[in-house]
Design a protein around this ligand. Structure first.
Ligand code: NAP
Ligand code: GCO
Length: 263
């Protein structure tokens, strides 16, 4: 069990006021780490601080937009001063825009790429120098089913998450020699506010077609919960995974293994 301990480690999880980031930060805290998170505005950071406090976690919260390099370098310097050097980074902050590609503006496309792909580049770039100097570090990028698959309306998101898979492999390739491991987690369909519109019940209480489609496409026959990602994240953040690098760990209830229900 010792290999999975995060005792004494400092973990930064981006966009972790609620949803998947919150669950991952909670898991790290349970494994012994000190939790630092950021979010896009003060209201969200305060909401996050309250939520962590409620479950007995003393988290450190910062307002920072992951697409703004100046804000990110400022936040990382502040964390180093106020909390300590970052051992574990999770690039979790992300958005999705569900718009058919032919109707999507180039600005909307850029916005998704900016948050979901440029953001992880900017935050990783800010923490890597200290990790290189200390010859140790863990970076976990939150990828997606859309790192492998396409579907209607998510061209920008799929392009960003496919790119994030390759950024993961490149960070592993470029900095593995410094004992830095960069891996990804590819969650399946997880019940969070981001996917709430896909799960809304119809007025009669029945599932909408997309909801039923996901249940049918998932061998586990259910949506994932943010908690389903806790064990895999602790593994990738801990020394148990010191020789795992550039890997995307799909935590999807079996979606990627399955051709789908026969008609
Ligand atoms: P979520 O509920 O929407 O949470 C994402 C968080 O990131 C929010 O707090 C969000 O703030 C924040 N954020 C957005 N833009 C930001 C920026 N520029 N700087 C800093 N923070 C920012 O999403 P989630 O479902 O927990 O997803 C978390 C990650 O997992 C995302 O990368 C997502 O793509 C990925 N993922 C989700 C699923 C799923 O099924 N839910 C599956 C696979 C992968 P706002 O509230 O202001 O947007
Ligand atoms: C969608 C969903 C997905 C999930 C997730 C799958 O509209 O298809 O939002 O993209 O959020 O990333 O792994």
């Amino acid at each position: 069990m010792m290999d999975f301990s995060l005792k004494g480690k400092i973990a930064l999880v981006t966009g972790a006021s609620y949803g998947i980031g919150f669950a991952l930060a909670t898991a790290f805290s349970e494994a012994g780490a000190t939790i630092v998170f950021n979010d896009i505005n003060a209201a969200l950071v305060n909401k996050g601080l309250e939520a962590y406090k409620e479950i007995g976690i003393k988290a450190h919260g910062y307002v920072c937009d992951v697409t703004d390099e100046k804000q990110v370098t400022g936040m990382v310097a502040q964390i180093e001063k106020e909390v300590g050097e970052i051992d574990i980074l999770v690039n979790n902050a992300g958005i999705i825009k569900r718009i058919p590609m032919v109707e999507m503006s180039a600005d909307d496309f850029r916005k998704v790429i900016d948050i979901d792909l440029n953001g992880p580049f900017i935050v990783s770039k800010a923490v890597l120098p200290a990790m290189i100097r200390r010859r140790a570090g863990k970076i976990i990028n939150i990828c997606s089913m859309m790192s492998e698959l396409g579907r209607e309306t998510v061209s920008a998101y799929a392009a960003a998450k496919g790119g994030l898979k390759m950024l993961t492999r490149n960070i592993a390739s470029e900095y593995g020699e410094y004992n830095i491991q960069c891996n990804g987690i590819g969650p399946g369909y997880i019940a969070t506010p981001q996917t709430a519109p896909l799960r809304e019940r119809r007025p009669d209480g029945s599932r909408q077609p997309f909801d039923s489609f996901i249940i049918a496409k998932t061998p586990a026959a259910r949506w994932g919960k943010p908690e389903d990602l806790k064990g895999p994240a602790v593994f990738l953040a801990s020394s148990a995974s010191d020789f795992v690098n550039g890997h995307i760990l799909y935590v999807d209830g079996g979606i990627l293994a399955y051709i789908g229900k026969q008609p």
